[in-house]
Design a protein around this ligand. Structure first.
Ligand code: SPV
Ligand code: MN
Length: 633
């Protein structure tokens, strides 16, 4: 160890912690930690190894500091984020770019020198009087080609505790790094805290990402999406690394779907928040590999995926015995669970859509709560936040897939994209081929805003690959990487688009459970065991196949009338959508590959021809007669 590092560490660490740093014996890590200590000025530093006793210490400290409190059920704790710190903060999340570099209009960026000065200014002396925690974890399975080591310093025991549940241990693996400098770095401080242990200076909340030095700085916030370094912070670094190395880092779940005769087919799926991502990953009768982040690589001519994480930081709203029985059971029985931003009364948790009788009063993210309580703008404060969450280990779930931790990952049969779309996309369709799927489904994804975001509801927002908030490279390049991905694959995954939110005026055209049928249909398609009909925008299921699946999976009739309403090709809406997407790329994404425009222009032509022959709304029952052709191999 270099003398200068040793001196700094000796002044903040006891023998045991110093011993751990010596064991790791990694100069670039020492450099990062020494810089963090000098900048943030903690009283002491705790180095967390993979040992259970270290993880227990972190949980105990989260309770001792008051960042978490115990609930009645064994293992359950509650953490509150401040009233104004209840979600990711895209406006203050920026890439630090050196003079002369530009990531394009859709990505928020700030001059590197200027940004570093600001965020490091906020971090300066931020940990005085506190302990700094050093976490060393592994993104992706341990000892795998997918593994990426990550290192975080934080002064939040809640953040560190969440990481106990959400990530795989990385301390031991860190001793064996091929390249000692090749790891992600995160520096976080919750900043000044109020008596309730929440961040006070949220106006100075910053998440700044240095792509060149692979460091993310986060300060004056506690909400996990801004602070748990191995979640969305390192994910942005991973997208950049994947770009340089020729693989994909995606905002996707990974799940296994059981097919006939014991067959299992794996899918990955990208959906924006609040669009059914976790519920698709957790479908009854199927198995979950991961619910939020996936790495995809090519191995032996096939696409393989892993879950980056080992736990779930899930939306708790509407988790109840009817709609989400598995998660409900897991979070209402004794085991380690961290709840955030729900209501607590007499040590018992309550959340939106839990189907419980609401108590007269309690404590929530606004402090003491009672029905009718208003915020400073006169708006009623709900008893729990819409974005309230639960944090739990995947291994606590009965439906965890047997390969969830497999170092080789799972072979991907299909990729699913889905958004909140009331009037255009059919409930499920397959693209004509990979490029057509990347362009007209993934990169054309839009999702309607919900009450959960500030502003008007139901406004369509552009959400390419449900990843817009995290893409760290120019968008055109990101799309090109997707187009290039299958170049040396023997078989590429099929691409599907789903839409659980199609409506006829105000009425949803599908039940929540119908997605169980769509995934079974996709499973059959991947294995060449279901037919399809050709529409101008892709391939859709045959009525008879769906009727059979509805009966097998849901034991329900599937009236032909429902099929017609759901699977009608809506030409004017599809045309407007294509034009909208084309406009966004033309105006805002100058490095969009030409093939992107060619595929959109083909689609417009097909839509026009279809309207001329079949009218504006084409029933699936007329498709055979109209005999549209598959345009690409
Ligand atoms: C999401 O919002 O996409 C999440 C939760 O998965 S967060 O950690 O905030 O990113
Ligand atoms: Mn997410």
């Amino acid at each position: 160890m270099q003398e200068k590092h040793l001196k700094i560490f000796e002044s903040k660490m006891d023998e045991v912690n110093l011993g751990k740093m010596k064991e790791l014996n990694n100069d670039p890590l020492n450099e990062f930690l020494a810089d963090a200590i000098e900048l943030c000025a903690p009283d002491t530093v705790f180095v967390c190894s993979d040992d259970q006793s270290d993880m227990d210490y972190i949980r105990a400290k989260a309770l001792e500091t008051g960042e978490e409190s115990k609930l009645n059920i064994e293992g359950h704790t509650i953490h509150f984020d401040g009233l104004k710190d209840q979600g990711r903060d895209p406006l203050n999340t920026k890439y630090l770019v050196p003079e002369g570099k530009d990531l394009g209009k859709r990505l928020r960026q700030i001059n590197k020198d200027e940004g570093l000065k600001e965020v490091r200014g906020f971090l300066k002396d931020s940990m005085k009087g506190r302990e700094m925690i050093l976490r060393i974890l592994c993104l992706g399975p341990i000892n795998s080609v997918f593994s990426i080591p990550g290192v975080q310093v934080t002064d939040s025991f809640y953040v560190a505790h969440s990481e106990n549940l959400l990530y795989r241990p990385g301390f031991e693996q860190f001793k064996k790094l091929a390249d000692p400098a090749d790891f992600f770095r995160v520096m976080h401080s919750a900043g000044r805290l109020g008596d309730d242990m929440t961040s006070i200076d949220v106006d100075k909340r910053r998440v700044f990402i240095d792509l060149d030095d692979r460091i993310v700085y986060s300060t004056n916030t506690q909400y996990a999406g801004n602070t748990v370094g191995f979640k969305k912070l390192c994910f942005r670094l991973a997208i950049c690394k994947a770009d340089a190395e020729g693989w994909l880092a995606e905002h996707m779940f990974v799940m296994g779907c059981n097919g006939p005769n014991g067959r299992k087919t794996y899918f990955t799926g990208a959906f924006p928040s609040f669009c059914g991502k976790t519920s698709t990953a957790m479908l009854t009768g199927e198995t979950i590999v991961g619910d939020d982040l996936a790495y995809l690589r090519k191995v032996d001519g096939a696409a393989y995926a892993v879950n980056v994480e080992a736990g779930l930081f899930g939306i708790i709203k509407d988790v109840n015995p009817d709609d989400d029985p598995m998660i409900h059971e897991a979070i209402t029985t004794p085991r380690e669970v961290i709840f955030s931003n729900i209501l607590i009364a007499d040590g018992k948790p309550y959340w939106l859509g839990d189907k419980q009788q609401l108590p007269e009063k309690g404590v929530n993210f606004s402090g003491e709560w009672f029905p009718g309580k208003k915020d400073e703008n006169g708006n009623e404060i709900p008893h729990a936040h819409k974005n309230a969450r639960y944090t739990i280990r995947m291994s606590e779930l009965d439906n965890m897939d047997e390969k969830a931790d497999a170092p080789e990952g799972v072979k991907v049969g299909g990729i699913i994209y889905g958004g909140r779309d009331s009037d255009t996309w059919v409930p499920v369709r397959q693209s004509f081929n990979w490029a057509h799927g990347v362009v007209t489904i993934g990169a054309s994804l839009e999702s309607e805003t919900t009450a959960a975001t500030i502003g008007k509801e139901g406004v369509r927002a552009f959400q390419p690959m449900a990843n817009l908030d995290f893409i760290a490279i120019p968008l055109g390049k990101y799309i090109q990487n997707h187009l290039d991905f299958p170049a040396d694959l023997e078989t590429s995954p099929l691409i599907f688009g789903v839409n659980y939110f199609l409506r006829d005026k105000d009425k949803f055209l599908n039940n929540m459970s119908d997605k169980r049928v769509w995934v079974k249909w996709m499973e059959l398609r991947v294995n060449g065991e279901a037919g399809c009909l050709v529409t101008p925008t892709g391939l859709i299921p045959l009525y008879d196949d769906l009727k059979k699946l509805f009966s097998q999976v849901l034991e329900r009739e599937y009236p032909q009338d429902d099929y017609v309403k759901q699977f009608t090709t809506r030409i004017p809406e599809s045309m407007s959508k294509t034009e909208r997407i084309e406009k966004i790329y033309k105006e805002q994404i100058p490095d969009t590959p030409q093939v992107f425009y060619d595929l959109l222009s083909d689609q417009k032509k097909r839509l026009q021809d279809a309207a001329a022959r079949g009218g504006d709304y084409i029933s699936p029952l007329d498709l055979e007669k109209l005999a549209f052709e598959v345009p690409y191999k």
